[in-house]
Design a protein around this ligand. Structure first.
Ligand code: GDP
Ligand code: IMO
Ligand code: MG
Length: 406
């Protein structure tokens, strides 16, 4: 039997690495694209044919008109989902979506209870409280949106509007596990699109400054109902630098003009909340940690074009903690807050007209060198490099260059 791979795409940093763009780039070859965790706290951008699409809950494959699925591991605000479907249809997209009947529902009370003192700096979408109810077994699931008794009990006042949303969504109800396994049996190509990032993972991230789901590769199975044996390839995505929205430790954060320059050039403002993103150097300690936790086969580096004219470029290769050199990523946020990055410096490149760059060979020599060094420091081949927001601005890296680097 001919088996075409299933591919998991995960973010190796604090989110916003450009997963949407990479999923869209690979989506040409895909039949089905599925989200497996998180909710509309995500904001994934796809720029195609001169149009910009901002996806929050729908998988990025929707831009190519693919079948898109929302797995059981996702938390769904039903009214938001209806709105997002309607908006994308109004933008001319053919939306063919299935939502797992087992996914949990975000209610207004969850939004009201989200991060009341702003300690975490959440997106205030009700994500944490909805997952709390799921895990304490008080949650309402998508299938329950059609159950008047369950709605009366769990929603209380205003339950009728959820019943209405349930009826409107019912044509999209799906058995995601069955559909994905059938698709894989039939030799179809499935992309599993992660949201948030490894350092925001509830277990592996900088707890408590994290989101409330597992954003790492393992969740692609638990969040959809496919076996780990059915995952063929795992692709990590990381920016050529680092950004973070919300609170929490960030050892390579830049609070000077360079951070400002990256924020301006990179339009580093949240896709979901519009908040300015904190910016800093690439952190190879973090990305190495994320490489291991996810077991990635290959790495896509995005937004290389944003680093034009910055010289030298610094990459964190270890942490200095009170005079002690740590090579591993610490579990304690208190330790991480006191870590000073140990840098290796690389030559930058001048302002470049990236619209003329179509191949690896035509990239500035220093830019190629920087990518090769990232591959060496992260112990993984880099196969794709982003040099601009649009679909075509993705360079595929000849693997001979990667072998030389490593
Ligand atoms: P996601 O959440 O991981 O999908 O990433 P976001 O969409 O939140 O943020 C990434 C931003 O960078 C979006 O505005 C993208 O259009 C943009 N982007 C992605 N890749 C590149 C790239 O290689 N170069 C540039 N300049 N922008 C990019
Ligand atoms: P994508 O999928 C970046 C951050 C929030 C906050 C923390 C917890 O676009 O990469 P939450 O609302 O999830 O309880 O907030 O996680 N956060 C993200 N940061 N990209 C995201 O999604 C994020 N989703 C949540 O800023 O620090
Ligand atoms: Mg985002």
């Amino acid at each position: 039997v001919f088996r075409i791979p299933s591919v998991v795409i995960v973010d190796l940093q604090f989110g916003d690495s450009g997963k949407g763009k990479i999923v869209d780039y690979l989506g040409d070859h895909a039949d089905v694209v599925v989200r497996f965790q998180g909710g509309h706290n995500a904001g994934h951008t796809v720029v195609a044919d001169g149009k910009t699409f901002k996806l929050h809950l729908l998988p990025s494959g929707v831009v190519r008109g693919k079948r898109v699925l929302i797995g059981n591991g996702v938390v769904v605000e039903p009214k938001h989902l209806l709105k997002e479907i309607a908006e994308l249809r109004a933008q001319g997209l053919n939306v063919d979506v299935g939502v797992s009947e087992r996914a949990h529902v975000i209610l207004e009370k969850h939004v009201a209870a989200d991060d009341p003192h702003g300690k975490i700096g959440t997106t205030r979408r009700g994500i944490g409280p909805a997952y709390s109810d799921k895990h304490s077994r008080h949650g309402l699931r998508i299938i329950d949106l059609l159950d008047e008794g369950a709605l009366r009990e769990k929603v209380g006042n205003g339950w009728e509007s959820y019943l209405e949303a349930g009826h409107a969504l019912s044509p999209f109800f799906a058995d995601v596990s069955a559909e994905l396994n059938d698709a894989l049996d039939a030799g179809k190509v499935v992309l599993l699109e992660g949201a948030q990032g490894t350092l925001l993972d509830i277990d592996h991230g900088t707890y408590p400054f994290v989101t409330s789901s597992n954003c790492t590769a393992g969740a692609a199975c638990t969040g959809t109902g496919i076996s780990p044996k059915r995952v063929d390839r795992i692709i990590g995505v990381a920016k050529a630098y680092t950004t973070r929205v919300g609170s929490g430790p960030f050892p390579t954060e830049l609070s000077d003009g360079i951070g400002e320059k990256i924020r301006e050039r990179g339009h580093e403002f949240g896709t979901t909340t519009g908040r300015p993103r904190r910016c800093g150097w690439f952190d190879a300690v973090q990305v190495n940690y994320s490489r291991r936790v996810n077991g990635i086969d290959e790495l896509a580096i995005t937004k290389l074009d944003i680093l034009d004219g910055i010289d030298p470029l610094r990459v964190c290769v270890a942490y200095d903690w009170h005079g002690k050199r740590l090579a591993a990523f610490p579990s304690s946020v208190k330790v991480l807050e006191d870590c000073k990055p140990v840098f290796e410096d690389f030559a930058g490149w001048p302002e470049t007209d990236w619209s003329r760059v179509k191949t690896w060979e035509s990239m500035p020599q220093q830019a190629r060198h920087y990518v090769e060094e990232l591959s060496r420091l992260c112990h993984v081949p880099i196969t794709m490099v982003g040099i601009g927001p649009s679909r075509e601005q993705t360079i595929s890296v000849p693997q001979a260059a990667m072998l030389r680097a490593r």
